[in-house]
Design a binder for this molecule. Structure first.
Ligand code: AGP
Length: 610
């Protein structure tokens, strides 16, 4: 998704804006631009490609200024090019706009503005905003009134930062459907599409809500609704620090985040699992626990990796809490007018807390009367703020586009939710203490699993030229098979599919030949014998078997080209460990294929458009 940075304050704007763009690079983009106001004129530079190119251009071509806006573009309308890059200026060059989102009615607005004599320089939907403000300025006395009038005509989603050369002391920010934050620093203010844009120049943050607009000067923030009513909003401490968004000694963010998982697991459990009696306390849910325990069913919804976590959550909650659980792709759930009412609990699972489809599904469920909860990583994100309560996974910023530590922390969060719900419904359950005790061992077991890294690189060397992969698992490891396939395809661009292992017989086994690597999740659990049987079926057809195991078995040793041993834990927590070699395998294969593991082609870290 696009990245937005804005600055107004006592410092020179350009280096701060460029630093903000560097901090947003992980979101994926294809072009970038900067605009500043100096001597009541707007100056801008834009270019395709990396922020480095833009930084050089901005330093050489832009005058000193203490107000500006900047943008990294992830194309939705129009190819990546200088003309389509943001900021977009109006005909007079006095209004500059950077935008994240989609203006649904841009075509009709553009037609009308062209009839009114406006000339467009790009193919984007975003450019209509600058020309619309220009048109409103012909009849409105101030930029405030002109922007409010223009936004009133927009349909769709936007996060905006706006400059007007006639009002050089005012930076305008507006939000409707795309996240936008205001950073507060010492004599300076920033605008950003996420917290990463604001560090290190902000110590506090204000989250804009949909339908809000801020007129920011060096003196302060004038926050209003689109109906021009004043809004009072408390600022919050900005928890992010620069190191959180730096690679440190790692080569890639994804590598850093894979190896941060033991620490992240410790964070998600900290203060929530008692070391005395292994009980689980989820403070964020306490008030809603009666509602959860009396629910007719729980619906878990999310997208991508978060949907895989949801599937795992279903297996766990139904096995232990004996409560009906449904798992829904958020993008389907939101549109099919599902039967949801106040007897349902809906849990939105989202690392970013900004995924448009998941947010829309949550809003739909809320409107239907369900009790809506969230499992999120980003504090203060839209999904977190629009849920009645939830569980923050405290994984720390996840910068790599491919989700890793957020996934394993989501699994642990859902395990703790299962313990809390089961204790409420079935206090005598003997399993709870075992699960809690095993949860607390996971960080250490995961550190052990991460020592597989050099071996996994060897495995990657044997398979990185493969054109297809299959990932097979049963039970709790079926979601892991899906996740392993997603990891590989999204960063190495190799086609990969995850299946329930037994499903092979119903068609997919036709794909198997000597060119097909098949990764088996094969812990010694209740379906182990069946998985070994599936392995034999694949082997008999020449498939190349890679087995993730937690024990030694001569039969598997005979069939598998590579045996990857992970530490033993209880069946229900095995996925937290079995996914580690799959993350590392995807990482090393992608590197061997020369792919950009942190910013894979066509992808963005947070899909805030539908
Ligand atoms: C996973 O590696 C991908 N980055 C993607 O599938 C992601 O999980 C999905 O877009 C959902 O994101 P969210 O968890 O931030 O809502």
């Amino acid at each position: 998704m696009c990245g937005i940075v804005g600055y107004i304050g006592k410092r020179v704007a350009i280096p701060i804006l460029v630093n903000g763009l560097y901090n947003l690079e992980y979101r994926g983009y294809d072009s970038a631009g900067v605009a500043v106001v100096s001597d009541s004129k707007i100056y801008d530079v834009k270019c395709p490609g990396k922020v480095d190119g833009l930084a050089r251009l901005a330093a050489s071509k832009l005058p000193a200024s203490n107000i500006g806006i900047a943008h990294t573009r992830w194309a939705t309308h129009g190819v990546p090019s200088v003309s389509n890059a943001h900021p977009h200026l109006d005909c007079t060059g006095t209004v500059a706009v950077v935008h994240n989102g989609i203006i649904e009615n841009y075509y009709s607005l553009r037609e009308r503005l062209v009839e009114e004599g406006h000339t467009f320089a790009s193919e984007t939907d975003s450019e209509v905003i600058s020309h619309l403000i220009e048109e409103k300025l012909k009849t409105k006395a101030s930029i405030d009134a002109a922007v409010l009038a223009a936004l009133g005509e927009l349909e769709g989603t936007y996060g905006l930062a706006i400059l007007h050369s006639g009002t050089p002391g005012c930076l305008v920010a507006a939000r409707n459907g795309s996240p936008l934050l205001i950073g507060i620093g010492d004599g300076q203010f920033m605008v950003g599409s996420d917290q990463a844009a604001l560090v290190p120049y902000s110590s506090e943050v204000i989250h804009l809500s949909d339908g809000e607009i801020a007129f920011i000067s060096k003196e302060g923030i004038d926050l209003r609704t689109l109906e021009n009513r004043e809004v009072v909003r408390q600022s919050e401490q900005l928890t992010l620090v620069s190191d959180d968004i730096r690679k440190g000694n790692y080569e890639h963010f994804m590598q850093k985040e894979i190896f941060e998982q033991p620490e992240a697991l410790g964070n998600v459990m900290r203060g929530r699992i008692s070391t005395d009696d292994d009980s689980v306390k989820l403070g964020g849910l306490l008030n809603l626990m009666p509602k959860i325990l009396s629910a007719r069913r729980i619906i878990l919804t999310g997208c991508g990796t978060s949907w895989h976590s949801a599937l795992y959550g279903k297996y766990l909650l139904e096995r232990y809490a004996k409560i009906p659980v449904e798992v829904e792709y958020a993008s389907e759930f939101r549109y099919r007018d599902p039967v949801v009412d106040n007897s349902d609990v809906v849990v939105a699972i989202s690392q970013s807390g900004e995924t448009a489809d998941t947010l829309a599904a949550l809003r739909m469920a809320n409107a239907k009367g369900a009790t809506c909860l969230a499992v999120c990583n980003v504090v203060g994100s839209s999904i977190a703020r629009e849920s009645k309560a939830g569980i923050y996974i405290h994984a720390g910023p996840e910068i790599g586009v491919a989700s890793t530590k957020a996934f394993t922390c989501q699994l642990v969060a859902l395990s703790m939710l299962t313990i809390a719900v089961t204790r409420g419904l079935n206090p005598e359950s003997e399993d709870l203490k075992t699960i809690s005790a095993e949860l607390r061992k996971l960080p250490g077991l995961m550190s052990e699993a991460l020592q597989l890294d050099p071996f996994i690189r060897e495995v990657a060397e044997a398979f990185y030229e493969s054109r297809n992969f299959l990932y097979l698992g049963r039970g709790y490891n079926f979601p892991v098979a899906l996740e392993g396939a997603l990891k590989l395809k999204e960063i190495s661009y190799i086609h990969a599919e995850g299946y329930p292992a037994a499903e092979m017989k119903h068609g997919p086994i036709a794909l198997v030949d000597s060119e097909m690597p098949v990764v088996f999740l094969a812990p010694r659990d209740e379906t182990y014998g069946k998985v070994v049987g599936n392995m034999e079926e694949i082997k008999a057809r020449g498939g190349r078997v890679i087995a993730i195991v937690d024990h030694d078995d001569p039969r598997v040793n005979k069939m598998a080209e590579y045996i990857i041993p992970i530490p033993k834990t209880i069946d229900s927590l095995n996925p937290v460990l079995s996914v580690i070699p799959l993350q590392l395998l995807a990482y090393h294969i992608a590197l061997l294929r020369g792919c950009d593991v942190d910013k894979p082609r066509n992808l963005a870290k947070s899909v805030t458009v539908e």
